[in-house]
Ligand binder design. Structure first.
Ligand SMILES: [Zn+2]
Length: 114
């Protein structure tokens, strides 16, 4: 089983619209709400070690800093000061609400679809 690999061409944080926009190499455009990114932050502090991804309710609508991590991920610093979330491209793509029908919610990522 192989999953497609996703590469962003351009990432743009729009704090006024409270979204992060991603232009992907395959032509898809994502608009991901910042609250969604914060709520599904993949870092160990938010998610612990192992187990399914969990939603953390929040009202964070801003990103103060975004920084590439190598060629595989982006580090997001949220307006609440949380700065340990490293979002790999594949994970970021799956967080796009428009891709929900394809991947489900993060709680289900990595599980086989019946
Ligand atoms: Zn986190």
């Amino acid at each position: 089983m192989s999953e497609p690999s996703f590469t962003p061409r351009h990432i743009d944080v729009d704090n006024d619209a409270e979204v992060m926009r991603v232009d992907w190499a395959d032509g898809h455009q994502s608009r991901i709400p910042i609250t969604r990114l914060r709520g599904y932050c993949p870092c160990a502090e938010c998610q612990g070690h192992g187990g399914p991804i969990a939603w953390h309710d929040n009202h964070v609508t801003g990103i103060s800093h975004a920084e590439m991590v190598g060629r595989y991920a982006v580090l997001l610093v949220f307006a609440d000061g949380h700065d340990t979330g490293i979002f790999r491209w594949d994970y970021l793509r799956k967080l796009d609400p428009e891709e929900r029908s394809r991947w489900g919610e993060p709680e289900n990522f990595g599980r086989a679809t019946p």
